[in-house]
Design a protein around this ligand. Structure first.
Ligand code: ACM
Ligand code: ZN
Length: 767
């Protein structure tokens, strides 16, 4: 027998004996620490009941919640029986507390699917709850009341980290109690245990405080909201707001508690406090008046850390501590500009009296006062990593968001840390190619990037790793105006982070996770969760065509090339459209539609991309000055690649110059007749991007001596609002030069005053 036959035979034997021979592993997220599949199955039908010990009200309540879930997933409503000898039953799901299983810790559980009995046991009720979450993921969504099989298996499971958190900002946009509960359900489904509720910020104060009614009478409402990209600085004038009454807060806390989720409230101080200052301007350095913010960003007016402010915040925290039974209270602490403190007589006198060297120390003094107060109430303070600046309060925990350095520094000082670096844990970032995603704040944090996150920093000594409590995903809602969009941004990145936090590090494997995730989507569909399908998004790249004519489009999929289908003739892209088989030449302007098809169905979104083909498309182009390294696009080729930049947001289809002018020369390859030259320019004051103050077009036949054929003034450019068309009269030339003059130093009173302007340009079109 030759080597290959021998290897083949060996493989056959391996498959016959190995776990693959018994059953497919269920699509569990997060993946359990230990799972072994058996043979056969438990049949779930109308007679299947939950059984709990006769005396346990707590397990009865868990069983009742699980029964409701079973009903919504499968159509069956199992009965709940209290029984002195639960294990003696048949066709039952038994829940019990097993003190002997101490090895499973405070949240671990054991789950065994056998033939007459499914047993879920744990040393704590929390463990039974997490076991039930696993059980629910074993059920087939869409069983619709018909009996179904649950595969025989054994699981022993416990989490890797204690803090498995998700955050929600309800200030930039407000979400009602019913949605907050659904969000908590989603957190719980993935065995996460912490909900960080961001309740106060510049754009709204969202929690009723009995002692200070103006916080919600005034601070919960703003007179308009920023619309579209920050760079555009556009606002509506619709009154917007809302808040939670203390009764509603209690309802949410109780709801979460039943699901073993702890709610951590965040009351922002001393920065991000405009909504509070609009209500009580006397707590600022200047006295105001202020308005609740309509736009996003960081604002210079913050709490003045004087005695009256400290008393005010302590009174608020007294009410907050009474509402939230958890150990931690989050006090924000991030992004507090010190401008006002530097010129405030109160602040400066206080610094002198306390012998503080700088304003960071003043912030530290203030945070320590608050910490002492919280500690006296039996609470632990947690804050964003800026609370390290000027010296950390003695018992504070740190939430590391500006990368991981803050978390590392805090752990080295033996302080507890929750990791939430923007790079992996900010779920307000784009999760797919921005051009095919709804407007987001920026960034690029894909599901596999989240999954690749390791909360324990490599540079931390082993003796200090115990200070890393876990990690958290943050959902800031500046660009998330509604509930559907919250789910879209959070899911499935929340699932990826949940696995990072629960499952053993060893054995983490993205391909395996993704395969389970795709099967798990059926459960999210059943639960009507608006998760993102961006993992299926086909990627598009423009290539310089070897023929130097028209556009050349390259499509690619993370699942391989064979599932990509496209259309160029305006018809919808579908499984019956042409299959992509290599770079597509596009020789006339067209709307390209494309999608990913798996087993006959479109997965994810059908993307559309307008391709604009003119005489300049695909031609050689040279720039006198290269674009800035932060906005390089694809270099000069970006200007003739066939894709026009989006005038409502800048991205990789634009190239940016910070200071320099644009000077581009296109070689049309031969003498061509044309009468119009067009150029796209971006106008984005909020990002210091200003249109050019003049544009001039030149032509040449030798590429050396150029003749000016058109010049536009600043006014003419403004009037054309981004898409600049220049009628140059009948021309016949081989070379075309476009010169756009940078707006120069930004004038006083405008965003970015005193800095150089950015100039963003895209497609040069010659017709
Ligand atoms: C933050 O994102 N400002 C904590
Ligand atoms: Zn002050």
């Amino acid at each position: 027998m030759n080597q290959r036959r021998l290897a083949f035979l060996f493989l056959v034997i391996l498959l016959a004996c190995g776990p693959l021979a018994s059953q497919e592993l269920p699509a569990l997220i997060p993946k359990p620490s230990k799972i072994s599949m058996g043979k056969g199955s438990f049949t779930f039908d109308t007679a299947t009941a939950f059984v709990v010990p006769a005396h346990s009200a707590q397990l009865s309540e868990l069983a009742a919640m699980a029964a409701e879930e079973v009903h919504s997933i499968t159509g069956f409503t199992p009965a709940i029986r209290r029984d002195k000898q639960p294990l003696a039953g048949k066709n039952v799901v038994v829940l019990r507390i097993a003190p002997a299983l101490v090895r499973l810790g405070a949240e671990g559980y054991a789950l065994e699917v056998g033939q007459p009995v499914i047993l879920i046991e744990a040393p704590t009720a929390a463990g039974v709850w997490f076991g039930l979450q696993t059980f629910l993921q074993l059920l087939p969504p869409g069983a619709a009341g018909a009996p179904f099989a649950v595969p025989v298996l054994k699981i022993e499971d416990r989490p890797r980290f204690a803090w498995r958190g998700m955050h929600l900002d309800v200030c930039r946009h407000f979400f009602p109690v019913a949605f907050v509960k659904k969000y908590i359900d989603e957190i719980a489904m993935y065995k996460m245990n912490t909900f960080h509720w961001h309740l106060t910020d510049d754009q709204g104060w969202r929690i009723e405080i009995k002692r200070y009614p103006k916080l919600t009478a005034i601070g919960a409402w703003r007179s308009g909201t920023m619309v579209g990209a920050y760079s555009l600085q556009q606002f509506d004038s619709v009154r917007y707001g809302g808040f939670y009454t203390q009764n509603e807060v209690k309802e949410v806390v109780a709801y979460a508690r039943k699901r073993h989720v702890t709610v951590v409230p965040e009351i922002e101080m001393p920065g991000h406090s405009l909504a509070a200052l609009a209500s009580y301007p006397e707590l600022s350095c200047t006295g105001g008046p202020f308005e609740v913010a309509k736009g996003w960003g960081v604002f210079p007016d913050v709490f003045c850390p004087k005695e009256t402010t400290v008393t005010f915040l302590q009174n608020i925290l007294t009410e907050v501590c009474a509402l939230f039974p958890g150990k931690y209270i989050h006090i924000g602490g991030d992004e507090c500009p010190k401008d006002r403190w530097k010129t405030c007589p109160n602040c400066q006198a206080l610094m002198k009296k306390l012998r503080l060297k700088n304003e960071n120390q003043l912030q530290s003094y203030f945070v320590r006062r608050i910490e002492k107060f919280l500690n006296k109430k039996g609470k632990q303070m947690i804050g964003w990593d800026e609370i390290l600046e000027g010296g950390l309060a003695p018992n504070a925990a740190v939430m590391s968001w500006r990368g991981t350095a803050g978390g590392i520094a805090a752990a080295k000082q033996r302080h507890k840390v929750v990791m939430s670096p923007g790079s992996h844990c900010y779920f307000d970032h784009y999760q797919g190619e921005p051009a095919f995603e709804p407007l987001a704040i920026g960034g690029y944090t894909t599901v596999d990037k989240v999954y690749s996150y390791e909360p324990i920093p490599a540079e931390l000594k082993r003796s200090k790793t115990k200070y890393i409590l876990g990690a958290q995903g943050n959902v800031w809602t500046e660009y998330i105006p509604n509930e559907q969009q919250v789910e879209y941004m959070a899911m499935p990145r929340m699932a990826a982070l949940a696995e990072v936090l629960w499952s053993p590090k060893k054995g983490r494997d993205y391909a395996d996770f993704q395969e389970r995730l795709i099967r798990h989507f059926a459960l999210l569909d059943k639960k009507q969760v608006n998760y993102s399908r961006s993992i299926f998004q086909v990627k598009l790249a423009m290539k310089p065509p070897p023929s130097k004519t028209g556009a050349l489009v390259e499509l690619s999929s993370p699942f391989g090339g064979t599932g990509i289908h496209y259309s160029l003739d305006g018809s919808p892209a579908s499984p019956s459209s042409p299959q992509y088989a290599g770079p597509l030449p596009v020789i006339a302007s067209s709307l390209l539609k494309f999608c990913y098809v798996d087993r006959g169905s479109v997965r994810g979104r059908v993307a559309e991309q307008a391709i604009t083909v003119t005489k300049s498309t695909g031609k050689s182009i040279k720039l006198k000055t290269p674009p800035h390294e932060n906005y390089p696009g694809d270099g000069a080729f970006t200007l003739v690649d066939g894709i026009r930049g989006d005038l409502t947001r800048y991205g990789k289809n634009w190239i940016g110059f910070w200071g320099p002018d644009l000077e581009a020369v296109i070689d049309l390859d031969r003498t061509e007749a044309f009468s119009r030259v067009s150029l796209d320019v971006f106008d984005g004051e909020g990002s210091w991007i200003y249109p050019p103050i003049s544009i001039e077009v030149f032509v040449s036949n030798d590429g050396e001596r150029f003749t000016s054929v058109k010049k536009l003034s600043a006014d003419e450019i403004r009037r054309q609002a981004g898409s600049i068309r220049m009628d140059v009269g009948p021309q016949s030339a081989r070379y075309v030069k476009v010169y756009a003059q940078n707006a120069g130093t930004i004038q006083a009173g405008k965003q970015g005053a005193g800095s150089a302007s950015w100039l963003f340009v895209d497609e040069i079109m010659i017709e």
